[in-house]
Design a protein around this ligand. Sequence first.
Ligand code: ZN
Length: 110
Amino acid sequence: MAKRDLKGHFLAEVVRLWPVARGSLSYVRKPCIRPNCPACARGDKHPSWILSFYDKGKQRCLYVPQKLVATLRQAIANGRKVEQLLSECGAGLVYENRARRKARSSKREG
Ligand SMILES: [Zn+2]
């Protein structure tokens, strides 16, 4: 990473990381409310995907249609990369500041 272009690095990376999400996907089988449902009678129940996430500290869950599962998996993986990127930027800001201070003090000495 070029120290001088931390913001540029962040913006370039974050654009590549869409779609993005934070949470977890789980696969569940639930019974339905239909009377005499053959799938429930067999014990197969009804498979579905659930996205769990936190909204202002409260855990929430949403049903996810099958066709969105791959997108959400990708989004969650990208979300972890965004978090890594944020950590890098925090450290990068400190390193940038150190480098500037060092450059200033060596100018004074020389
Ligand atoms: Zn059923």
